[in-house]
Design a protein around this ligand. Sequence first.
Ligand code: HEC
Length: 154
Amino acid sequence: MRAFVGVVALVAGVGLSIAWAAETEKTPQQIVDERVAGMKKMGGALKAASGLKADPAAAKAKMAEAIAFAETIPSHFPKGTGIGDPGVTKSRALQEIWAKPDEFKAAAEAAVAALKAVDTALDSGEQAAVDAAFKGVGKGCGGCHKPFRGPDKD
Ligand code: HEC
């Protein structure tokens, strides 16, 4: 009897965890949509920061938002969430991301460094340094978009 109860409990436990996984696991397209939303939010924070040159503290707060997302970029690209993968209906993520994971990670790190350079420039209070650092951010984003993002099909 005790063994039987144990088995029932075990089966019920497995059933529960399967149900839990089904509920919490995101579909590939959900992962795509979330990272695109995150990218857009990061772009918005950057734009806001660049418009706040007269208020370095506020600009730095926006930069912190952008940096926080940028640091998580690789984690938003699990394998199986690119163009052509099952369940992905709309994405610009090229398969090169998973063919060249080291390059992808390096591109993400370069973008984070470019964002942090703006933060440092804001501390310096020198307008020319801030402008130059913002230019570097454009390159930082492009350094990943060029090799790893496909064309916009909308
Ligand atoms: C390490 C790679 C990487 C870096 C760095 C990166 N992006 Fe992206 N970004 C991508 C990929 C790949 C996509 C397409 C995602 C998809 O559609 O699944 C994307 C999508 C976007 C989108 C959504 C709209 C669109 O074109 O699909 C925006 C906005 C965006 N990125 C802005 C930025 C900005 C601004 C930066 C720099 C601060 C940046 N990204 C840095 C890889 C990167």
